[in-house]
Design a protein around this ligand. Structure first.
Ligand SMILES: CC(C)(COP(=O)(O)OP(=O)(O)OC[C@H]1O[C@@H](n2cnc3c(N)ncnc32)[C@H](O)[C@@H]1OP(=O)(O)O)[C@@H](O)C(=O)NCCC(=O)NCCS
Length: 209
């Protein structure tokens, strides 16, 4: 997502056909800090992504090896280098706990579109954290990347994720029939879309820092 250091609001993030890297921001909300993932997050990430219950609607099996966490962190840096997206660790400000992560990826500057994704630990569910984190990320993305559309997909059984998207203003646009196999079970996905003109940032906005 452009040359480190020269990213400014409204800047084009490509030069000619050259894709530039995109610095991963740090964002603050009332209760959360969103920041770049680092090596010290590997244990927390592994605990999260190896939890079969947390990942019961995920489109890939839970991790069984810790090395997956290290690869994931490397992939985050690569994503930023390639300028295709950002993935942010989410810490709870009150106690500094790592509670999950969220991402804006598949960024396409030509179409001005990107995809949203997130995963949070079960201990942190039900407090509005996913909505708060995703809202901050979307606010940053709409301001910084000149996006027009953000898309998200979720297993049709994942009511909590669908609700998060609805609270953010996403519109359910359709169903992808049998597009995933989750734990050996064929499943449908909903496609959600959020268009820039429909985006309503809450009164509490993310502040960079
Ligand atoms: C989906 C997920 C991110 C939600 O995180 P969260 O922090 O609990 O989300 P929020 O608290 O912001 O909002 C959840 C909403 O879903 C609702 N909800 C949760 N479970 C529900 C259920 N079984 N039925 C109906 N509503 C439900 C909550 O009540 C809340 O809505 P409300 O604010 O109107 O009351 C979290 O469960 C998670 O990380 N799951 C595992 C990974 C995953 O599935 N990621 C998404 C892949 S598409």
């Amino acid at each position: 997502m452009v040359g480190r250091g020269w990213l400014t609001e409204g800047s084009p993030l490509t030069k000619g056909n050259l894709r530039m890297s995109l610095p991963t921001p740090t964002l603050h909300t009332a209760r959360l800090r969103l920041r770049p993932l680092g090596d010290t997050d590997a244990d927390d990430l592994f605990a999260l992504q190896s939890n079969a219950f947390v990942l019961r609607y995920w489109d890939a099996p839970p991790w069984t090896e810790r090395v997956r966490a290290e690869r994931f962190i490397t992939a985050c840096s690569q994503m930023a280098e390639d300028g295709t997206g950002v993935r942010l660790a989410v810490d709870r400000v009150a106690d500094g706990a790592f509670i999950g992560w969220c991402t804006l990826n598949r960024w396409n500057p030509d179409y001005r579109s990107a995809s949203l994704g997130y995963c949070f630990g079960e201990f942190a569910w039900g407090h509005g954290y996913a909505t708060e984190a995703a809202r901050a990320l979307l606010q940053w993305a709409f301001q910084t990347l000149d996006l027009n559309r953000v898309q998200a997909e979720t297993d049709t059984r994942n009511v909590a994720s669908a609700r998060v998207l609805e609270k953010l203003g996403f519109v359910r646009e359709g169903t992808l029939r049998e597009d995933c196999v989750v734990n050996g079970e064929v499943s449908d996905s909903w496609v959600f879309g959020l268009i820039r003109r429909e985006w309503r940032p809450s009164s509490e906005q993310a502040a960079g820092g």
